[in-house]
Design a protein around this ligand. Sequence first.
Ligand code: SAH
Length: 243
Amino acid sequence: MMLRRRLLAAGLAAPIGAACAARDDYAEARRRLLDEIERDMRATAGTTGRERLDPRIAAALGNVPRHRFVPAHLAGRAYENRPLPIGHEQTISQPFIVALMTELVDPGPADRVLEVGTGSGYQAAVLAELVAHVYTIEIVRPLGERAAELLKELGYVNIDVRIGDGYLGWPEAAPFDAIVVTAAPDHMPQPLIDQLAPNGRLIAPIGSRYGIQRLQLLRKDAQGRAVTRSVLDVRFVPLTRQR
Ligand code: SAH
C-alpha cells in the first residue's frame, strides 16, 4: 500500500500501515464506525451502485485519526457517523459520505488526485492513504493553514495544500485521475472537467445553497468524453468564490 506516514514515535519498528490504528485510544471506536459505514453502504446501494467498501478504502479509513481533525473539545465525538463543526462556519463531512465519495472515484495507487475544499484535511488524509499524490485547495486561509500543519505533523508527505478558489482547479498540476469536490457548486465547474484525465472520475455535490444537492459522478472515457450520473441526495456547505 502507498502509505506515506513517517513513524514519529520513538524507535518503534511496527509495520507502517498498522502503526496509527494501533497507537491511539480510538482504534475500537474507528472499527465500530466502519461497521456503521458498511451498513449505510448497503442501505444506499440501490442508488450508489456500491454494496460495500473496497477493503483498501476501509483500511484507509481505519488508519486516519479523525479525532485529530476536529476541534479538541469534540474529539470524543469524532467517531460518530456525522458531520461536525470545524470553525469558520464549515464542517468536517460525515464519515459515510467521505467513504462513499472515496469509493466512487476508484482511487488507484498511482493516481494523482485533486480535492476542492480542504476543510479539516480529513478527506485529503484518507485519499493520501490510497493514492500517489493529493492536491487540495481551501479558500478559507486559516482552515487551509491549520490542515496543512496537521497533515505534516501526522507525517503525510504526499499532500500539497493551496489557499485559493478551487472552482478554478490547479492547472499546473493537472491532469488528475480523480477529483473530489467537498463544497457544493450550483453547476459542475468546467475548469475541473477540463483538468480531469481521460478515464478520470470527478465527484461533486451539485445544487443550490439552500435546496437539495445531488452527488454527481462524472466519468471521462478514454477518448475524453464525459458521462455524468446522479448518485444520492446530500447536504454540503456551499462552494464560495473570491473570499
Ligand atoms: N473535505 C473537508 C470538508 C470540507 S467542508 C474535510 O474533510 O474536512 C467544505 C470546505 O470547502 C470548507 O472548508 C470551505 O471553506 C471550502 N470551500 C468553499 N468554497 C471553496 C472554494 N471555492 N475553493 C476551495 N475551498 C472552498
